[in-house]
Design a protein around this ligand. Structure first.
Ligand SMILES: Cc1cc2nc3c(=O)[nH]c(=O)nc-3n(C[C@H](O)[C@H](O)[C@H](O)COP(=O)(O)OP(=O)(O)OC[C@H]3O[C@@H](n4cnc5c(N)ncnc54)[C@H](O)[C@@H]3O)c2cc1C
Length: 503
């Protein structure tokens, strides 16, 4: 290590939601954190539809509740889907009670949301340097011990740290120091998206909902970002990558024309053609999982570690939740309460578990859409596919080794089994829909979409409890034998016994 390099407890690569969450939660414990972000904020990013646990859990812990309120983001009460066997759209709400204080999330312009989190990190003591791109990590006796970074004006420097956190998103090149990035074989999709003025809105109280519409070539998202601004994206097979860029050009309305509901919603709308929202953007190769989420001195959070398909709006939740998990591990290890590898095993176990829950639900959700005539939908049936039968990717998602084979009775629905196998089965056995939207919901036998989010992730509830009740919340059980639990303050790990004693 260069003798003149700067020294920190933690260097974070990337100032997206994962990086700024982690940096803030470590800095709040008094540790010295440097965050390096290659762009200058506000910058554009996709991932605009949030979940309640991010808004009422992580963002409350970070102390940005008022800034989010003041920003005037659109309130999202749930999701509306034209998906499955139903001919009509159906809706789920985060809460049945319209006045529930935590029964909503936000649709955000990520340029504004991410800047709120990054500015807040700086206010909490994180040294934030924008336009500073990390170009390499520095190794010392096999441990990642720092980074090399270059400012946009050309000057390059080094910074050393006890921990380097890779939060550089899907563009990460540093994940390879921890393991291999394995692409999903089933979710080989490509997405194109653009922004529109004056698109239609769903009737109240669902005007702020995300609308997801399946059609023979894939599916559309339609996210109302304000009264007049809408983010519209289409997800299709990667074989369509060439055609997709023409999506909204004069000649190429093909995908919109094939999807009557979206065509109707965009009937009086015009595509924005200037400024940051004025280009059609394309994203591909975004469904993957790394073989390891950490190695000595290096931790991957958010998209740097894994991401699969945006239909459940899980990306920012997973990025910020993994930021919290990694922050607990770093705080505990830096303060010498528990061994570093034990803390980081807990981080990786919990992050894979959460990701696995979403992955499992996602596969069920894709399998649920019936369109035997469509190449797109048949090619994405996980059951019977290479991914489903060999289950290698699913095991990777869940962090299971071949030795864990005997925990799988049969089928991927049970493989990442954290209590969702039953729901998966119900989705698979969904019968024909009834006549209207409400019967569409109830005819998916015994499956209650209104409770699916808390069901996917009990961790979301725990994070919200930590944010709302702090020390007053009840003790948590470990998620596995000899696992750790969050400390009473929620910012460290404890052994289950220590937690009870210290309460
Ligand atoms: C098509 C699509 C639609 C999506 N829709 C949704 C949605 O509706 N809701 C949702 O929650 N999620 C959605 N997502 C996922 C969401 O975009 C991501 O999960 C989320 O942004 C991950 O946050 P992050 O902090 O890990 O990374 P990012 O938000 O990608 O932030 C990483 C940061 O690191 C910086 N960086 C990169 N390299 C370097 C470097 N070398 N040095 C310094 N800085 C660097 C980048 O500039 C960037 O600011 C979607 C994803 C896709 C592909």
């Amino acid at each position: 290590m260069n003798a003149s390099s700067e020294k920190y407890d933690v260097v974070v690569i990337g100032g997206g939601p994962g990086g700024s969450t982690l940096a803030s939660l470590v800095s709040m414990q008094g540790h010295r954190v440097l965050l390096l972000e290659k762009q200058r904020f506000p910058r554009h990013q996709i991932g605009e539809s949030l979940l309640p646990s991010t808004v009422h859990g992580i963002c409350r812990l970070l102390g940005v509740t008022k800034q989010l309120d003041d920003a005037g983001f659109m309130r999202k009460r749930g999701g509306t889907f034209l998906w499955g066997r139903c001919a009509e759209p159906w809706t789920f709400a985060f809460s049945e009670r319209a006045d529930s204080p935590t029964g909503y999330a936000y649709q955000v312009e990520r340029s504004k949301f991410d800047k709120i989190l990054l500015d807040n990190a700086a206010a909490l003591g994180v040294e934030v340097r924008e336009e500073s791109a990390v170009t390499d990590v520095l190794l010392e006796n096999g441990r990642v011990a720092g980074v090399k970074y270059c400012a946009s004006n050309g000057g390059c420097r080094q910074a050393s740290a006890t921990f380097v956190v890779d939060a550089s998103g899907h563009q990460s090149t540093f994940y390879r120091f921890a393991g291999k990035r394995i692409q999903s074989k089933v979710f080989q999709n490509v997405a194109a998206y653009a922004y529109f003025r004056d698109g239609k809105r769903l009737p109240e109280p669902n005007a702020g909902n995300i609308l997801c519409v399946a059609f023979p070539d894939g599916w559309f998202w339609y996210i109302p970002l304000s009264r007049s601004l809408t983010s519209v994206g289409v997800v299709v097979a990667k074989e369509n990558a060439g055609a997709i860029r023409n999506l909204w050009d004069e000649k190429g309305h093909s995908f919109v024309d094939k999807c009557p509901l979206i065509r109707d919603f965009l009937g009086d709308a015009s595509r924005i053609t200037e400024g940051p929202y004025g280009v059609v953007r394309v994203r591909k190769d975004y469904s993957y999982c790394n073989t390891a989420f950490y190695r000595d001195g290096l931790i991957l959070v958010g998209d740097a570690a894994c991401f699969v398909d945006p239909v459940l709006s899980s990306g920012v939740h997973l990025a910020t939740y993994s930021g919290l998990l990694a922050a607990r591990s770093i705080n505990t290890a830096l303060e010498g309460h528990l061994r570093e590898d034990v803390c980081l095993d807990e981080f990786e176990y919990r992050y894979r578990r959460e990701f696995g829950n979403f992955y499992q639900f996602l596969t069920a959700f894709y399998d649920m859409h019936k369109d035997e005539q469509s190449y797109y939908w048949e090619a994405r049936k996980v059951l019977g596919s290479e991914e489903g039968s060999q289950a290698a990717f699913i095991k990777l998602v869940a962090g299971l080794s071949p030795d864990d084979e005997n925990v799988f009775p049969s089928g991927p629905g049970q493989q990442v089994s954290h209590g969702l196998g039953e729901w998966f089965g119900k989705l698979q056995s969904a019968e024909k829909c009834g006549r209207g939207p409400s019967s569409c919901r109830t005819d998916v036998k015994g499956f209650d979409f209104d409770t699916f989010l808390p069901g996917i992730s009990s961790e979301m509830t725990q994070v919200q409890l930590q944010a709302l009740m702090g020390h007053e919340r009840g003790g948590e059980h470990p998620l596995r034998r000899s696992g750790l639990v969050p400390s009473a303050d929620g910012f460290h790990w404890s052994t289950p016994v220590a937690f009870q004693r210290n309460k």
